[in-house]
Write a protein that binds this ligand. Structure first.
Ligand code: PMP
Ligand code: GLU
Length: 396
């Protein structure tokens, strides 16, 4: 048989999804695992949205929609962007896709030519790296220091720019660190993008999950930034709708048209029922967002305090999203029984085996001195899981 695609053979499986699936499997087979893997809200989708979708199924007329999404959903997205983010778009500038991951895929496919470089602040969400490679472009990582609250500085960005740099990916609030950029920091980063004529892909999927910070969309800071930014957002995190698969972009009409064309061949429209549900999500009662945010904040506070009481590990307090990065560098090069811990993968493997807790190795996010714990799980699981981590760290 002839060779398969060299480009795609180099694409690695999503570690966040793989470990989450493995933890579920172990649990189903009777192992008492506490999973800190899943990056998805553990709440049910709000009732008004569920009811709306059920009624829509009964009503019928659920065939294909326009490939780039229903006009009414695009209008709801425009209204949301205006009200929440001070951004003025028309429906022609919106593309609705099968999750924000799909939106990111479309955005990178649209701006990149072979060999173009895309600057990605690290720690970064696992899929950015592979999605950039899938667009024939080169991910250029810029490591944000824990001592700077996991935020990159413009000086760092400047040292990563070359004549091939095409774009910059920003993710605030950040997965996996919970870093949230301030307006001033975003203005500086924006000025950097303007100076080097870069596209900005701004992934704002965690915007509703902030703790004592205000989310700002970089596209709202000037006309120039509006023109060069592709805003990426979706319903997965704010409305506990991960499995419904609705994400969207807001961009210039030119960029939106290219993304819509790609999508019209690759997937056609995102699931029709989920799109109708999305209209209700955006236009209906918003109070569940704040209830979920408060629950996440309580868990975050508990996690940060509990981790500070565990020997040999530490964390920076997250300001958004629902993850904590735990520094495990103390263990690197040490033996845990008969296992030598070389990296975050070894540490995560040992934790599953000896403490029955599933975590994501930091290397999935480009930083090997860490593991990521998601607190999108019940308080009961968090208390139990961190108790196990404490017992492990006290023993070894
Ligand atoms: N961006 C970030 C930073 C994420 O953590 C996720 C989580 N899956 C996504 C995008 C994609 O979300 P979805 O495809 O479920 O909309
Ligand atoms: N974004 C979530 C996470 O980081 C969900 C899994 C995924 O899509 O990668 O865990």
């Amino acid at each position: 048989m002839k060779d398969l695609s060299i480009k795609n053979l180099a694409i690695e499986e999503s570690m966040t999804l793989a470990i989450t699936a493995k933890a579920k499997q172990l649990k189903d087979s009777g192992v008492n695992i506490v999973s800190f893997g899943a990056g998805e809200p553990d709440f049910n989708t709000p009732k008004n949205i569920r009811d709306f979708a059920i009624a829509r199924i009964e009503k019928g007329g659920n065939g294909y929609t326009e490939a780039s999404g229903l006009l009414d959903l695009k209008k709801a997205v425009c209204q949301k962007l205006y009200t929440d983010n001070g951004l003025s778009y028309s429906p022609k500038q919106i593309v609705v896709s099968s999750g924000a991951k799909h939106s990111l895929f479309n955005a990178l496919q649209t701006i990149c030519n072979p060999g173009d470089e895309v600057i990605i602040p690290s720690p970064y969400w696992v899929s950015y790296y592979e999605l950039t490679k899938m667009a024939d472009a080169v991910p250029v990582l810029v490591e944000a220091e824990a001592s700077n609250s996991f935020k990159v500085t413009v000086a760092q960005l400047e040292s990563a720019v070359t004549d091939k740099t095409k774009g910059l990916l920003i993710n605030s609030p950040n997965n996996p660190t919970g870093a949230v950029y301030t307006e001033e920091e975003l203005r500086e980063i924006g000025a950097f993008a303007t100076k080097h004529d870069l596209y900005i892909i701004s992934d704002e999927i965690y915007e509703k999950l902030v703790y004592g910070e205000k989310h700002i969309s970089i596209a709202s800071l000037s006309q120039d930034l509006y023109d060069r930014t592709i805003v990426v957002n979706g319903l997965s995190k704010a409305y506990a709708m991960t499995g419904w698969r609705i994400g969207y972009t807001a961009s210039s009409v030119t960029i939106a048209n290219v993304m819509a064309n790609i999508q019209s061949h690759a997937t056609s429209n995102p699931n029709t029922i989920a799109q109708y549900a999305g209209i209700e999500a955006l236009n209906g009662d918003q109070s569940t967002i704040e209830e979920m945010r408060k629950a996440f904040e309580l868990r975050k506070d508990y996690m940060v305090k509990a981790i500070s009481e565990i020997p040999n590990v530490s964390c920076v307090e997250p300001k958004g999203a629902f993850y904590v990065m735990v520094n495990i560098s103390h263990y690197k090069g040490k033996m845990v029984d008969d296992v030598m811990i070389k990296d975050s993968l070894d540490f995560a493997a040992v934790l599953i085996e000896k403490a029955n807790i599933a975590v994501i190795p930091g290397i999935a996010f480009g930083v090997d001195d860490y593991i990521r714990l998601s607190y999108a799980t019940s308080m009961e699981n968090i208390v139990e899981g961190l108790g196990r981590l404490k017992a492990f760290c006290e023993k070894y």
